[in-house]
Write a protein that binds this ligand. Structure first.
Ligand code: DAH
Length: 344
């Protein structure tokens, strides 16, 4: 039995020596010193021993147990400190490394363009008005001289919510809303930036949702020349001193006469190129003298008051100013595109 104990000791000692992980070590401890281990098994035979042999075997068993426990504890401490050391190495922080920059957001280019345009008009005495994006048929169409079934309604394919409610197709309804607030007393001098919606297929120049800026001036004695003067100032402020403007006859149901405003092409300086389709001019907005019916529906007397109105596409202004070739860039939120406008 003494030999067998020594054998078990040596066997266990070898396994402790070769254990690589703490879990290996735990297995060895359970295997040799556990209740179901070979030591316990061996001790069960003690009863059969002579009274001379018994204490010797008992003593030897205690020695083996003590020796193995000592070896196990020592190896455990060694493996634990190695594991700690490895973890510390792995988690080492080099405090001398430069910090990682946190990317900062910027303003959306459309926001910057709207604010720039607002500043120019505020400088000319305009104030900012707002109106709802969910609009009634009355404000979006009827009050703008577009009665039900008027063919010109087809110019703007509409998202209807019900027979009377819709997503506004233009910022023009804010004209009527603003005039109503003034209760027939001028002057009115506002611009209104905002989102509008149309049932268009999205492509490089169309988006089902885009932005417009509406303008309205109503007072005694307002003439077409006032409109032209305001635009000449605005275009030079926004696009640069060298830009010329021209008004071209057009049609809008809410203005009479109506006009489209062109600016001279910046790329070719008016000579004609691909951007201006060879004409030397680029169309930028619709405008005109407010139709008497529209003044009347807004509560103003057309015999006393006159006015002009205009509406422009914000994306178009941004595209022309920064040479952007696709309106979808504004709405796909690719940070590679957006980050170029951080500082404008
Ligand atoms: N609402 C027109 C559109 O969306 C633009 C417009 C044209 C607005 C002439 C006006 C205007 O106020 O006078 O196409």
């Amino acid at each position: 039995m003494l030999d067998r104990l020594q054998e078990l000791h040596d066997e266990a000692a070898a396994q402790i020596e070769s254990a690589v992980t703490l879990s290996d070590l735990r297995d060895v401890r359970v295997k040799y010193l556990g209740k179901k281990g070979p030591m316990t098994e061996l001790m069960k035979g003690m009863g059969k021993l002579s009274s001379e042999e018994r204490p010797k075997v008992g003593q030897k068993a205690n020695e083996v147990r003590e020796s193995l426990t000592g070896k196990l504890d020592a190896k455990e401490a060694k493996l634990e400190s190695e594991a700690l050391e490895a973890k510390l190495q792995e988690e080492k922080v080099d405090v001398t490394l430069p910090g990682r920059p946190v990317p900062k957001g910027g303003r959306h280019p459309l926001t910057s363009v709207v604010e720039t345009i607002e500043d120019v008009f505020i400088g000319m005495g305009f104030t900012i008005a707002e109106g709802p994006e969910v609009e009634t048929d009355y404000y979006n169409f009827e009050s703008l001289n577009l009665p039900k079934h008027h063919p010109a309604r087809d110019m703007q394919d509409t998202f209807f919510i019900s027979s009377d409610l819709l997503l506004r197709t233009q910022t023009s309804p804010v004209q009527t809303r603003t005039m109503e607030k003034h209760q027939g007393v001028g002057p009115v001098k506002i611009i209104c930036p905002g989102k509008v919606y149309r049932r268009d297929e999205d492509d490089a120049t169309h988006s089902h949702q885009f932005m417009q800026i509406e303008g309205l001036v109503v007072d005694r004695g307002i003439r077409m020349s006032d409109l032209k003067g305001i635009f000449a100032t605005f275009v030079k402020e926004y696009f640069g001193e060298d830009r010329e403007i021209r008004l071209r006859p057009s049609f809008f149901p809410f203005t009479e006469p109506s006009a489209e405003l062109d600016i001279s092409c910046a790329l070719c300086g008016g000579k004609g190129c691909r951007t201006c389709k060879g004409t030397g001019w680029i169309e930028v907005l619709g405008a005109g003298m407010v139709h008497p019916n529209v003044l009347r529906m807004g509560g103003f007397d057309p015999d006393v008051y006159s006015g002009f109105a205009f509406g422009m596409g914000v994306e178009r202004f941004a595209m022309l100013k920064y040479g952007i070739d696709d309106i979808r860039h504004f709405y796909t939120n690719d940070t590679r595109f957006l980050s170029q406008f951080k500082h404008v």
